[in-house]
Design a protein around this ligand. Sequence first.
Ligand code: FES
Ligand SMILES: [Fe+2]
Length: 371
Amino acid sequence: MGEIRWGDGADQSERLGTSRGDPTIYTDPARLALERDRLFRRTWHVAGRIEQIPEAFDFIVWERVGQSVLIVRQPDASVEAFHNVCRHRGARLATESGHCESGAFECPFHGFVYDSTGNVVGVPERASFDPAHLEGLRAAPVRVEIYGGWIWIHMDPEIAEPLSEFLGPLADELDWYGMEDWKYYSESTYRVDANWKVVLEGFLEAWHTPTVHTGTVRGGFEPLRGTFASLAAHSMMVVPITALDIDSVPEPVVHQAWADCQYLLFPTAFINMFPDQGNLITVHPINAEQTLCQGYVVGRSKAPAGMDYEKWDASVARSQGLMDRIMAEDLAISNEIGATRDSFANEGNLYNTHECRITHFHQQLDKYLVD
Ligand code: FES
Ligand SMILES: [Fe+2]
C-alpha cells in the first residue's frame, strides 16, 4: 500500500516550506538552453501510450525540446526508439506518426535505409563513402521503457538510469492503479503563450480551483485540505473530493481509492488520478515563451462495482471534453502570466505552503542545472 498519505502526520507542506522565485528563469533563452542540455537530456519523458502503436512497425514521431525521436513497435511486440535524424546529413526519416509496412525507414534526402531498430541497412553509392565512416552505423539510440502502459523515453542512453530507479517512490504510488491494464481513450494537444514552468506550476497546486475552475470543477474538491508529499524529485498531493467523505473512511486511508491524487512525474508530466480514471498531461517548451502540452485520457477497462461497462466506457470517453475545458481554464491563466513576463514589476513569485510542491520542483530542477 505504501506510505500513509492522508491523516495525522501525512502532510509535508511545512517541511517543504515556502519560497520566493527568480523571475529571470521564465524569460532567459540561456536558461532554456541549460534546461535542454542538463534537464531534458538527463531525465525520462512520457512520449505516448502503448496502445497508440498496436501493430508491428507502427511508429510515433515524438518531437519536443528540439529533438525528434522515432518510437517503433517491433514484430516481437517490444518497442525500440532512436533519434529520427539521418546519420548522413541529418534529415528526418519520418515526419509524422504512422505505420511503416516494410519495417524499413528510407531517408527522403539520398535514400539511406534504416531497419526498425535504427541500424543502417542500406547505403546508396556505398563505394563512394569511406568504409570506416559506415562501419556499424546506426541512428543514435534512445532508451525506451514501458511502465503503466505509458511509453517512456530517455534521449541519452549512456547516462540513463533505469526507469524504475528514476521513478523511485513514485512507482510505489502509481502501482496501486495498475494502469498497464487500463484503456487509452484519446488525447489533445494544447499550445500556451507562457514559459513551460509557468504551465507546470499551475498543476502543482490545487488552491486556484475555486477561482480559476469556475466553469468546471469549482466546488468538487477541497484543495485547502490537501496533503502534500515529495517523492524524490517527484511529488504528489491528495485532494479530497467533496462528494467522497474521506474523513469517514477507516484509517489508514487508501488515498488512491478515496481522493483525487495528483502527481508530478518530474520534470515534464503531470498525472491527475481518480480511483478509476485519469489524465496525464505532458508539458514541454517550444521556446522560452511558448509551451506545448499533450493530454491523454485513460480509464479502467472494467467498470467500477455496480456500474454497467457500456455506461462506464461512454462516461470516460466523454471526460475528454471535461479535460479540455479544465485545461482551457488553466491555460488561460498561464497566458495571463505570460502576458506580464517582461513587466518591470516582476520581482519574483511568492510561494506559500499550499504551493510547497512548486518550491520543491524548483529545488530539484536547480540540482540538475548546477553541474
Ligand atoms: S540526409 Fe539522409 S540520406 Fe542524405
Ligand atoms: Fe487547474
